[in-house]
Write a protein that binds this ligand. Structure first.
Ligand code: ADP
Ligand code: ZN
Length: 731
């Protein structure tokens, strides 16, 4: 392979575009030549598209017909490290490189010149007439030294309207200039505001710092109960990384957690980092993308896709709550950000910190096998201790139908309210009721497009399909037998639980936290802050509340249905229930007052429930690991899911059967095919779904075998195939 880094005008270069083509395209380097990795605009048919120079051209096409690159974009070329990461991540997930490039260029308008905005600094002239407002503006600017402010920043700082600034500019007392928008982020100071660390924190922080300073690849599992101070500890690793002049990335599972985290970063480093997630504006995304490439952003806090940003020198990636299932993208490119973070770090000599109170079995096993280093924080920071956990045996409680809060739980909640403390009722089900049934004919209202029941959302006054999002007004009559007033809600959702709580505790202030009840991340953040400062007596929530929020007054968590996650055939049902229950319980007793977690269950002797209650985490993981090892399941074996879908049911089954028969490429590596079977959700958005499961021994070269196997079949018409390596969800 030719390893030149520059191509002179007229030379052939091979360009990768983000278009759905399965090959590279040759172009002539433009006037002035082009660097390897340069982002370019190239003609493709009648269009102009974005591409990246990937190497020398192949020259297998008549030179005279090869068109030149239209222009080279004014952004830093893609580094060899990122190109290699995209190639290897693409190979791992069986994703075409073009789709990987799309992931890496998710910032619109990269090719455009940076847009301009007006900025202001102190001018030379004196204002004709001095007013209070004018004086304040001039004071703010002189305090800034020679630095400039935008109109909004200046107006805010001085407490004046923009017209005051405009007036001063006209007189020359303030200088108005044009400056590009895509400016660098404020510098973070690694020595700004570190906390005094407790002994075990300090030891863990020191170990992480040494790892970062080594400048070599390495992954660390940082395990510690919620509230043990993991965040404080990994911020020390970030500090070391910044001190080394390298960049750091912190991935969070939930946008709602970002603002609390930004505040902590500001307290630690004196300024806010760059943010990258779906709530960030288009202009700001472009700024982040460019500054990450130029080194003008030292720390990025974001969602999983931030992993594909063009870092100049990524020294550290933190995956907070590493067990969280939202790190697995399950549409489009099917990748797990946790695993991809490790891959990228191994290419760019970076460190990875996987932080969790309840690690995934994969990470636990990697640490157990010595592939990852493991650091434990065993106690909670300061006075707070892990809550006491008990089960409430529902077989011994008397509950009227359509009630879910047992008398025992009710009296515990009351006791908290009387003491001025907070209680939480946890139910991992959005909406009002999961099923709507007709009491006349027994019909259950289902989604017209999916094999799923419609969930009543009383707050929206609609029925909603949680698979495809279809919503309909709640019908007055049964759609099947047309009986009137016979439709009944069956089972609880958080909205219904809130209704019950309002009746049981009429004097209490309730707050309901469910992702669908908030129009924006800001509204949700405000509600969380309100609760944290004591603005509610009872918090009712879905799994949204399990993640990382600090509620200092909370001393009781009541889990309404601890058995919920134990049903179903999911490989990870036990692991998920264990994680979720421990996480939720971790919400209680975070400040000085001890907490209690009560789990309502009909099967208190179930091994998973017993493990949750005993808190014997290592025991739980050992047992779970043994079971998986015996069954050859991940992480001791490998799985790939194949989902076939089509509008025609027969067509998908025919293909599924053919694939199961023609399995030679898989048998060669010792893999087996299971299925085809209707997927657990057999129809989504009008498409019938069939799944096959491929199980292979741990060391097998699974991806090439899957590629050979899939290549035997042509997908005609409506047929689609998605291959999911290391599937997390079995839907
Ligand atoms: P985790 O990330 O493990 O849940 P956090 O880092 O959020 O834990 O710490 C829990 C709480 O304790 C936070 O409010 C944090 O500010 C505080 N805390 C942790 N370590 C220290 C420390 N060394 N000094 C002061 N406060 C700390
Ligand atoms: Zn649907």
């Amino acid at each position: 392979m030719d390893d030149r880094s520059h191509f002179a005008a007229g030379e052939l270069v091979s360009v990768l575009t983000a278009q759905p083509l399965d090959r590279f395209l040759d172009y002539q380097a433009p006037e002035g030549g082009v660097f390897l990795g340069a982002y370019v605009q190239v003609p493709l048919g009648p269009r102009q598209v974005l591409g990246v120079v990937w190497g020398p051209g192949k020259g297998d096409f008549d030179y005279a017909k090869v068109r030149p690159v239209t222009r080279v974009l004014d952004v830093a070329p893609m580094r060899a490290e990122l190109r290699s990461f995209l190639e290897r991540a693409g190979e791992y997930t069986l994703t075409p490189l073009t789709a990987m490039l799309r992931l890496a260029t998710r910032a619109p308008g990269l090719g455009e010149a940076p847009s301009m905005r007006k900025i202001y600094r102190l001018g030379n002239a004196e204002p004709e007439r001095m007013t209070d407002a004018r004086r304040r503006v001039l004071e703010v600017l002189s305090e800034m030294g020679g630095l400039s402010l935008t109109q909004g920043e200046l107006a805010d700082a001085a407490g004046v309207t923009p017209s005051v600034i405009k007036g001063l500019a006209k007189m020359g007392a303030v200088r108005e200039e044009e400056a590009p928008r895509d400016t660098a982020f404020p510098r973070l100071d690694p020595d700004y505001g570190g906390k005094q660390l407790a002994e075990d924190q300090a030891a863990a922080a020191q170990s992480l710092r040494e790892g970062v300073a080594s400048g070599r690849y390495g992954t660390v599992l940082l395990k510690g109960v919620t509230g043990s101070g993991k965040t404080e500890v990994y911020l020390e690793a970030v500090a070391e990384c910044l001190a080394q002049g390298r960049q750091a990335l912190v991935l969070l599972p939930e946008i709602a957690l970002t603002s609390e985290f930004l505040t902590r970063v500001e307290a630690r480093f004196g300024a806010k980092p760059a943010e990258w997630h779906s709530g960030v504006t288009v202009t700001e995304r472009r700024r982040v993308w460019k500054q990450v490439a130029q080194g003008g952003a030292q720390l990025v806090v974001g969602a999983r896709s931030a992993l594909f940003l063009p870092f100049r020198d990524l020294g550290l990636t933190v995956v907070d709550e590493e067990h969280d299932t939202s790190y697995k993208q399950d549409e489009g490119v099917l990748y797990n950000a946790r695993d991809m973070a490790v891959l990228r770090a191994s290419i760019c000599a970076g460190r990875v910190v996987l932080a969790s109170a309840t690690p995934s079995l994969e990470s636990w096993a990697n640490a157990d096998a010595g592939k990852y280093q493991r650091l434990d924080l065993v106690s909670r920071f300061g006075a707070s201790v892990m809550p006491e956990m008990r089960s409430l045996d529902m077989r011994a409680e008397t509950l009227p139908s359509n009630r879910w809060v047992s008398p025992s739980l009710q009296s515990e909640v009351l006791a908290r309210i009387e003491r001025g403390e907070q209680a939480m009722l946890f139910l991992n089900r959005r909406g009002y009721a999961p099923v709507t049934i007709c009491r006349a004919c027994g019909h259950q209202i289902g989604c017209p497009h999916c094999d799923a029941r419609m969930v009543e959302h009383r707050f929206l006054q609609r029925l909603v399909c949680h698979q495809c999002g279809e919503t309909v007004p709640k019908p007055e009559v049964c759609p099947s037998c047309e009986a009137e007033d016979k439709l009944a809600a069956v089972g609880p959702g958080v909205e219904r639980l809130a209704e019950e709580a309002a009746e049981l505790f009429p004097q209490a202030r309730l707050a309901v936290l469910s992702s669908d009840l908030f129009g924006s991340a800001r509204a949700l953040k405000e509600e969380i802050e309100k609760i944290a400062s004591g603005g509610a007596d009872i918090v009712i929530g879905t799994q949204l509340v399990a993640k990382g929020h600090n509620f200092p007054l909370l001393t009781l968590v009541g889990v309404i249905d601890a058995d919920l996650g134990l049903q179903g055939s999911d490989l990870r049902a036990a692991e998920r229930t264990f994680q979720l229950m421990r996480q939720v319980a971790g919400r209680a007793g975070r400040a000085e007052k001890p907490g209690v977690a009560l789990l309502q269950t009909y099967q208190p002797e179930h091994p998973v429930i017993r493990a949750i209650l005993s808190g014997d985490e290592e025991g739980f993981w050992q047992a779970e690991a043994e079971e998986r090892r015996a069954a050859g399941m991940p992480p001791y074996g490998r799985l790939a899911g194949v989902i076939l879908s089509s509008t025609e049911a027969q067509e998908v089954f025919d293909l599924g059967n053919a694939m199961a028969r023609q399995d030679a490429p898989l048998r060669r590596i010792g893999a087996q095919v299971y299925g085809p079977a209707p997927a657990p959700i057999a129809k989504v958005r009008g498409r019938h779904r069939v799944r096959l499961l491929v199980k292979a021994p741990k060391g097998a070269a699974l991806q090439p075998a899957l590629a050979d196997w899939a290549a035997q079949f042509r997908l005609r018409g409506e047929l689609r195939m998605a291959i999911d390596i290391d599937p997390q969800n079995f839907f």
